[in-house]
Ligand binder design. Sequence first.
Ligand SMILES: [Zn+2]
Ligand SMILES: [Zn+2]
Ligand SMILES: [Zn+2]
Ligand SMILES: [Zn+2]
Length: 116
Amino acid sequence: MATYKQQCIHCGAFIERDSRFCPTCGSRSPFGYTCPTCRSPIQKEHRICSGCGRPLRIPCPHCGGMTFVGARCDHCGNSLLVQCSNPRCGELQFFQNQKCTACGKKIKLQTEGGRR
Ligand SMILES: [Zn+2]
Ligand SMILES: [Zn+2]
Ligand SMILES: [Zn+2]
Ligand SMILES: [Zn+2]
């Protein structure tokens, strides 16, 4: 039986088509986008999530350009994810999420550089 490989939309690695997550970048939805808030499947052409109604285009916190709610900004390529501060969880979460979708813990935004 031939194994078909498909490219992960997030990191570009070729992985087994029946993979539940990408072993290279750790994405849980390697072949499609999911809402960062409610994990409903979403499409890049859509403007809001059909599951929770969140906008699917947001201003990038790094460059300010409007970007799709993927793992990285469409413009500057910076990551839009933060790591859950729960040491037993550590899931990557969308930076706008107030609660971790994996463990439910409140997410504190770490500001890089801290005080000015
Ligand atoms: Zn990947
Ligand atoms: Zn949603
Ligand atoms: Zn950006
Ligand atoms: Zn968590």
